[in-house]
Each structure stands twice: as structure tokens, then as C-alpha cells.
Design a protein around this ligand. Structure first.
Ligand SMILES: CC(C)[C@H](C(=O)O)[C@@H](O)C(=O)O
Ligand code: SF4
Length: 471
């Protein structure tokens, strides 16, 4: 019987297996950031242990890092986490792309960019959006701080074998429908917990035609559907993205790797615990209006009403989400006014995202009631964007152009949305208080965020890209 890529990678990494217990898995790449690593390193120190494979470990700082002025860090906790990471990496000889390093960036942006992320790997990080790396055909998942210590010490982790879920997205996307809309659509249809216990394999014509950047956006948000991870089979798009990257072998060694990577692809007759099929023609630009990413509708729709839901629990959660968001049942999505725009985060801050947003922004001005920020996902993205003049397009329109970091994705730094104000954000979470206490987040694609920045409210970007092709 055929096997899926998920089963193949899992099997190849089992170090120890016992009936009725989780498997002990070997980890190929351990990514580390400043927020979830301090206790893990302290634990090692207390037990007199070392990092078993510093060569398979890579650290950066992203969550706390200031994006306006690298030199000014007022928050004591932030500063402490950053200096602690520097000390820990030095003591345990872990490579670090620190605050002034040209490779610094959001951990899930730099892993792929540097070619650390490769097909067939098991990848962990003390961060839930580690699922992003699955875009390369790897099993990549977030772990807790005590597990970070375990991986540092042993290069292994205990994990129950996941169930498998195939999501097949067929047909063709309309112009103006981004990868972000595809994943928001999936969440809006199947809820915030449909993936529980599963690793998702994304397939179908739409995924096959996507760039690596787009696949990363999709895999990034697998976790918002409760899945353990999400991945895409590696193909020519994957191999050409990786060729020549900093940590990818060159010459014959690369060709040998490609041969190995090809053998990982899911067999035609592989079976799955569950299969979902989606027709891309049904997907429109999406906007979240609630307090979890599944509370999302098409930009042309209205916010649901209580009568759209069956259970008392659902009705109650609609009510409390709308109370927090300051919105009304049945209100048109296009009538939601916004005061902030954030283009950034590990979901949508790569070069392609910035290019697309810039193509909508070009020649326009940010609405006078809106404060708009572009935060590149890495310093490399920043400098590549500057080489193309994207920074000029954003600046001329009235956007702030920042250094890389998690920034306004979560309120762990200076970039905060004030209470009661609405933000069109290209990030992945819209939980209460996520972008600041009382802040109201709307998850959208980069081109939808760009369009909202110009108009001061949500608009159907399809009307704009018809005139101005995105790519
Ligand atoms: C701070 C970190 C642990 C957290 C995560 O695990 O995802 C953050 O990155 C987030 O996006 O909420
Ligand atoms: S950008 Fe946001 S989602 Fe991604 S790692 Fe940072 S805080 Fe988490």
C-alpha cells in the first residue's frame, strides 16, 4: 500500500518505538528564539548538560526586537530576553543571527531564506508557527519550553504519531485571490479546530502552481485550524527555490539531495485519515471580523447574524466576538473602517508579499485616518526590497518602512494598536488583545491590506487588480 510523505518522513526519523507510547523522533533542525529559550538553556546549565548538536541548531531574535530604532529597547523584559539569548548562544556555541546580524529576521522567514529548512526534515522550534517550514515538504511543528530543553540536550523529541489529513484545492484562483485568502477560506469553512491531531498535506492544482512564499503562507496558518503541522510535497518549485541558498549544499551533493527529496513525495495510492476537497473558484478575498481566524467572511459579504448559527454556544461566541470588535451582526464587511494597517509577520512579510502590496499601493496615498506600517520579515527581505525600490513606493504613499521583526503581529514590542482601534493585518492571529489591549485585528492578504490602507475601509481588491495586474 502507498505511503504519504507524512508517513515516510515520520518513519525515517523514529529512534525508538514502543507499543502504546509516543515515538522518539530524531530532529534535523532546531530553531530557537529569545522568548521560549531562556528556561531551556538554564535547565541545561543546572544539569551540567551541553547542546548535543549546535550544528543542527540555529537562533535568532524576532519577537521583542524594536523595528523603528534598533538601539532603543525600553522594555526590561525584552532587553533581558535578548541579552540572555546572546549569552546562551555564546556559552553553548549555537549560531545566532542577533540584532545587528544581516541574517536576522523572523525565525520562520529566515529558516527557508537561508536554506536551513529543507525537504524531508523534522523541524522544531518553541513557536507554534513552525508549521510554516512544512511548505518545503518537512514535518515542522512547535514545541513547549521544556521540550526545547529536551531537544537541545538530545536532538530528539517524544511525539504521538499524527493522523493524516489531505486538503486538495482544485481549479483556478481568481485574480486578486491570494494564498492568504485560500487558508482563511479553509478556516472559515471548517473552523478553528478541524485539524486537531492531524498533519495536513496540501495538494491539488492550486498548491502545485503556488510559489514557495505562497505555500509558506498556507502552511503557516495550519496551526490556526488546530493541526499539528501542514506540509506540501516538494517539487521543482521547491528545488529551484533552495538551489544556491546559504546553507544548501552545492554541485553533486545538491543533485543527490534532490533525488532523495523526490522519493519522499506521497505515493499516488497513499491513504489518509481524512480528505477535504475545495474548489478554488469559490474563494474570494477574505477578511476576519471576529476573535479567531475562522471568524472570517468574503469581503463582499456581511458579518453573520445569530440566525446563521445553530447552537447556543456558537450564537454566544458570535455575540462576544462582535462586542469585543465593536461590530454589528449583518454589517457589511466593506463598511468596516480601519485606523491601522500592518503588512508583516511570518505569514506575509516575504519579498513577494511586499511586491504585491506595493503593486496596489503604487501611485496611491495612505488614507489620512490610517497609520500604515511595512515590516519586512528579515533584514535580507528588507535589503532586497530596497534594491527594487519597494521602500520608496511605500514611503511615498505614507507607509512607515521598518527593520524586520514580529512587530505588530503581537504586542511584545513597541508596535501596538491602541484599544478600540481597527487594524487590517497580514498576520495570522486575531485573538483578543493580540495586537495590544483592546486592539481589533482583521486578518487579510497583503493586497487587501494595501487596498484598505488607501481607502480607510475594506474594499474588494479584485476591482483594483483588474486594472493593475498583481504579477
Ligand atoms: C511567543 C511565541 C511562543 C508565540 C507562538 O508560539 O506562536 C508567538 O510566536 C505567537 O505567534 O503567538
Ligand atoms: S510573526 Fe507573529 S506569528 Fe510569527 S512568530 Fe512572530 S509573533 Fe509568532
Amino acid at each position: 500500500m502507498g505511503q504519504s510523505i507524512i508517513e515516510k518522513i515520520w518513519k525515517q526519523h523514529i529512534v525508538h518505538q514502543e507499543e502504546g507510547k509516543p515515538d522518539l523522533l530524531y530532529i534535523d533542525l532546531h530553531l530557537v528564539h529569545e522568548v521560549t529559550s531562556p528556561q531551556a538553556f538554564s535547565g541545561l546549565r543546572m544539569k551540567g548538560r551541553t547542546v548535543r548538536r549546535p550544528d543542527k541548531t540555529f537562533a535568532t531574535m524576532d519577537h521583542n526586537i524594536p523595528t523603528d530604532n534598533r538601539k532603543v529597547i525600553n522594555d526590561k523584559i525584552a532587553l533581558n530576553q535578548m541579552t540572555t539569548l546572546e549569552k546562551n548562544c555564546e556559552e553553548f556555541q549555537v549560531p545566532l543571527a542577533g540584532i545587528d546580524h544581516p541574517d536576522q529576521g523572523i525565525v520562520h522567514v529566515i529558516g527557508p531564506e537561508l536554506g536551513l529548512t529543507q525537504p524531508g526534515m523534522t523541524i522544531v522550534c518553541g513557536d507554534s508557527h513552525t508549521s510554516t517550514h512544512g511548505a518545503f515538504g518537512s514535518i515542522a511543528f512547535g514545541i513547549g519550553t521544556s521540550e526545547v530543553e529536551h531537544v537541545l540536550a538530545t536532538q530528539t523529541i517524544w511525539r504521538q504519531k499524527p493522523k493524516t489529513l489531505k486538503i486538495e484545492i482544485n481549479g483556478k484562483r481568481q485574480q486578486g485571490v491570494s494564498a492568504k485568502d485560500v487558508i482563511l477560506y479553509v478556516l472559515s469553512q471548517y473552523g478553528f479546530d478541524f485539524g486537531t491531531g492531524h498533519v495536513i498535506e496540501y495538494t491539488g492544482e492550486v498548491i502545485a502552481h503556488m510559489s514557495m512564499e505562497e505555500r509558506m503562507t498556507i502552511c503557516n496558518m495550519s496551526i490556526e485550524g488546530g493541526a499539528r503541522a501542514g506540509l506540501v510535497n516538494p517539487d521543482e518549485t521547491t528545488f529551484s527555490y533552495l538551489r544556491g541558498r546559504k546553507y544548501v549544499p552545492t554541485g553533486d551533493a545538491f543533485e543527490e539531495l534532490v533525488t532523495k527529496w523526490r522519493s519522499l513525495v506521497s505515493d499516488e495510492d497513499a491513504t489518509y485519515d481524512r480528505v477535504i476537497t475545495i474548489d478554488a473558484a469559490n474563494i474570494a478575498p477574505m477578511v476576519s471580523w471576529g476573535t479567531n481566524p475562522a471568524m472570517t467572511s468574503k469581503v463582499t459579504d456581511s458579518i453573520p447574524t445569530s440566525s446563521d448559527y445553530e447552537t447556543a454556544v456558537e450564537k454566544k461566541s458570535l455575540e462576544s466576538a462582535l462586542k469585543y470588535m465593536g461590530l454589528k451582526e449583518g454589517q457589511k464587511i466593506e463598511d468596516i473602517q480601519i485606523q491601522h494597517v500592518f503588512i508583516g509577520s511570518c505569514t506575509n512579510s516575504r519579498l513577494e508579499d511586499l511586491r504585491e502590496a506595493a503593486s496596489v499601493i503604487k501611485g496611491n496615498k495612505v488614507h489620512p485616518d490610517v497609520r500604515a506600517l511595512v515590516v519586512p520579515g528579515s533584514q535580507t527581505v528588507k535589503s532586497l526590497a530596497e534594491e527594487e525600490g519597494l521602500d520608496e513606493i511605500f514611503r511615498e504613499a505614507g507607509f512607515e518602512w521598518r527593520d524586520s521583526g514580529c512587530s505588530m503581529c503581537l504586542s511584545m514590542n513597541n508596535d501596538i494598536v491602541p484599544s478600540g482601534e481597527h487594524c487590517a493585518s497580514t498576520s495570522n492571529r486575531n485573538f483578543e488583545g493580540r495586537q495590544g489591549s483592546g486592539a481589533r485585528t482583521h486578518l487579510v492578504s497583503p493586497i487587501m491590506a494595501a487596498a484598505a490602507a488607501i481607502h480607510g475601509h475594506f474594499v474588494d481588491v479584485r476591482k483594483m487588480v483588474e486594472r493593475q495586474p498583481v504579477r
